[in-house]
Design a protein around this ligand. Structure first.
Ligand code: ATP
Ligand code: MG
Length: 243
């Protein structure tokens, strides 16, 4: 399906090493891997009614688990055999390259600035069926880049080439970047973190999405401490992994 984008094979660490910083690595507890599969199932049902299979993972505030969710979700989607692309669109605090031990020298910013072609910045089969475009070198004008016609063009190319495109975005209440990018996709998966996220902040993020007419595809409750949460949405929990 992605024959129109061909990258050089990656020469760095193998798949198992790539996964060792993720929650769904083979050493992760069964219930965590299952929780991500549940998120995947719910998301696939939601996306089934959408034309675009591209979505952003965002949250109201920093540090709520956006990148962790985007990375793990990308891997479980790729495990279905679908061709998946993960793009780091958090230009202010990129982290996908660290999670997967990739170089950040080439990436989205260098593609959007015209320095690199997509295939030059694409990390192919980082884990089977999952390609990754890191954020690339730091840019002084992230919002302008994300809202540029080059970004729209890039999204249109990758949406045709992949079954799913997962976008790791910035905090909605801090900068407008997440909404700018999510508006060009099927919608946003909102991540909240138990014991950290505040109701008013989540409400503000939801209102920003509504105002911009960005669909909320679901809410992930990260680090869920129990089943009695009043939040609607998907849940996953890393408690037992840390014991
Ligand atoms: N369920 C969890 N259990 C334990 N640690 C977690 C969990 N989710 C995230 N973390 C850790 O919390 C930190 C922040 O997570 P992450 O980078 O995914 O958040 P983020 O929302 O992308 O942050 P930023 O706003 O900086 O981009 C990381 O060190 C991550 O490993
Ligand atoms: Mg992040």
């Amino acid at each position: 399906m992605k024959d129109n984008i061909k990258a050089a094979p990656i020469t760095n660490l193998g798949s198992s090493k790539k996964l060792d910083r993720l929650m769904i690595s083979e050493s992760a507890p069964f219930h965590i891997r299952e929780a991500f599969k549940t998120i995947r199932t719910n998301l696939l049902f939601t996306l089934a009614t959408k034309e675009s299979k591209t979505f952003a993972v965002a949250s109201a505030m920093p540090n709520e688990g956006k990148s962790t969710t985007a990375a793990n979700l990308s891997v479980v989607l790729a495990q279905t055999g679908a061709q998946v692309l993960l793009m780091d669109c958090d230009f202010r605090k990129p982290s996908v390259h660290r999670l997967f031990r990739l170089s950040a020298d080439k990436g989205l910013t260098s593609i959007l600035c015209g320095i690199d072609k997509i295939e030059e910045a694409l990390n192919e089969n980082v884990v089977p069926n999952l390609d990754i475009i890191t954020a690339g070198p730091m840019s002084p004008n992230p919002s302008e880049l994300l809202g540029s016609s080059r970004m729209a063009e890039l999204l249109s190319i990758v949406q045709k080439a992949y079954d799913y495109v997962v976008i790791d975005a910035s905090p909605i209440n801090i900068v407008s970047d997440a909404v700018i990018i999510a508006k060009q996709t099927a919608g946003v998966v909102l991540v909240t973190r138990q014991g950290q996220s505040r109701h008013d902040q989540l409400q503000k993020a939801i209102e920003s999405c509504k105002f911009a007419e960005v669909d909320i595809l679901g809410i992930v409750l990260n680090e869920s401490k129990g089943a009695n949460s009043h939040y609607y949405g998907y849940r996953y929990n890393q408690q037992e992994k840390d014991k």
